[in-house]
Ligand binder design. Structure first.
Ligand code: PBG
Length: 324
C-alpha cells in the first residue's frame, strides 16, 4: 500500500505526540472555587461533592497558601451566609464586616499575590434563594442591579482583584464598571458570567451553600439551554459594558457556546466546570466506571481546546498535581 500521507506518524510515541500537541494545560489556566463558612477549624464535606469541602476562614487561609505553592494563582470565593442574616434585600452582601469581606481581607493579607475573584449575586443572602430582589413573585432587575453595585464596591474595598457577577440581571456590568470608576477602584476587574444558562447541573453547588431557590426557578434571568445566538448577544453586551473577562457556564454541555464566544470576542474567555459536572465524574469513578484522573485531564483539555483561556474547576488541585 502506497500512502502519500500517514497521519499516524505524528502519534507514534509519547514524545512525538507531545511535540505536536495543540493544547497544553498548565496550572495557570485554573481558577479554584472555594466555599467559606463561619467558625473555627470547620471542614465540612459537601454531600453531593465528595472530596470537596466548605471550610472556615482559618482553614481556608491555609488552603490558599497551599494552592499558591502548587502554582495555582486564582481563586473564586463563595460564602455560606447564616439563615438569620438572609432577607429579601440581601443587605448582608455588602456588610463591610460580612464573611465575604473578612475573607477577602484575610486571604489578601496572607497571600497577597493570589488573584482573588468574588461571586456577585444575592442568592446566598436572599431569604428566597434567588439572585435578585423579589417583588410580587418577580425577580426585579433594576433594584437588584443597585444591590449588586453595592456588593461589588464592598468586595473591591476589601481588596478583591476581580468581581464576578453571576446573576444575569440586565445592565449590571455597566453599572458596576461605572461605580468602580467613580469610587476610585480603577484596578478592580470584572469577570462577567455572560452566558449563564438555567441549568440543572448547579444542584450540588446549591447544597454547598444551602442556596436553592425557595420558589420557582431561575429561568427569567438565566438563559434557556436551547439558545446559541443569545449567548453571543449577552457576551458582546458585557464586553461593551466593560467586562474584562467573560464566562460561559456550565462547561461540558456548552462547549459549542464556548467556542463561538471565543471566536466572537477579544477579551479572555473563562468557562465554569460546575458542581454537577464534578459530581458526575466523582460518582462514576466511585462506581469504578471511569478512571477519575484520566477523566479530569481529558475534560479540562476539552475546555482549553474549545477556547477557554481560564477554567474554574473543583478539580484544579487534582489537575495541578497530575500535571506536575
Ligand atoms: C450563584 C452561583 C451559582 C453557581 C455559581 N454562582 C448557582 C446558581 O446560579 O444557581 C453555580 C456553580 C456550580 O454549580 O458549580 N448565582
Amino acid at each position: 500500500m502506497y500512502l502519500q500521507r500517514r497521519n499516524r506518524i505524528l502519534r507514534k510515541n509519547a514524545a512525538v505526540r507531545s511535540l505536536v500537541a495543540e493544547t497544553v494545560l498548565t496550572p495557570n489556566d485554573f481558577i479554584v472555587p472555594l466555599f467559606i463558612d463561619e467558625g473555627q477549624n470547620v471542614k465540612t464535606e459537601i454531600a453531593s461533592m465528595p472530596g470537596y469541602y466548605r471550610n472556615s476562614l482559618d482553614v481556608t487561609v491555609k488552603e490558599v497558601k497551599e494552592l499558591w505553592s502548587m502554582g495555582l494563582k486564582s481563586i473564586l470565593i463563595f460564602v455560606k451566609s447564616k439563615d438569620e442574616l438572609k432577607d429579601n434585600t440581601g443587605k448582608e452582601a455588602w456588610n463591610p464586616d460580612g464573611l465575604m469581606q473578612r475573607s477577602i481581607k484575610a486571604i489578601k493579607d496572607a497571600v497577597p499575590e493570589m488573584v482573588v475573584m468574588t461571586d456577585v449575586a444575592l442568592d446566598p443572602y436572599s431569604s428566597y434563594g434567588h439572585d435578585g430582589i423579589v417583588k410580587d413573585g418577580e425577580i426585579v432587575n433594576d433594584e437588584t442591579v443597585d444591590a449588586l453595585v453595592k456588593m461589588s464596591i464592598s468586595h473591591a474595598h476589601a481588596g478583591a482583584d476581580f468581581v464576578a457577577p453571576s446573576d444575569m440581571m440586565d445592565g449590571r456590568i455597566g453599572a458596576i464598571r461605572e461605580a468602580l470608576e467613580e469610587s476610585g477602584f480603577t484596578n478592580t476587574g470584572i469577570m462577567a458570567y455572560s452566558a449563564k444558562y438555567a441549568s440543572c447541573f448547579y444542584g450540588p453547588f446549591r447544597d454547598a451553600l444551602d442556596s436553592a431557590p425557595g420558589f420557582g426557578d431561575k429561568k427569567t434571568y438565566q438563559m434557556n439551554p436551547a439558545n446559541r445566538i443569545e449567548a453571543i448577544k449577552e457576551t458582546l453586551m458585557d464586553v461593551e459594558e466593560g467586562a474584562d473577562i467573560v464566562m460561559v457556564k456550565p462547561g461540558l454541555p456548552y462547549l459549542d457556546i464556548l467556542r463561538e464566544v471565543k471566536d466572537a470576542v477579544q477579551v479572555p474567555v473563562s468557562v465554569y466546570n460546575i458542581s454537577g459536572e464534578y459530581a458526575m465524574i466523582k460518582a462514576a469513578a466511585k462506581m469504578g466506571w471511569l478512571d477519575e484522573d484520566k477523566a479530569i485531564i481529558e475534560t479540562l483539555t476539552a475546555f482549553k481546546r474549545a477556547g477557554a483561556d481560564l477554567i474554574a474547576t473543583y478539580f484544579a488541585k487534582d489537575a495541578a498535581r497530575l500535571l506536575s
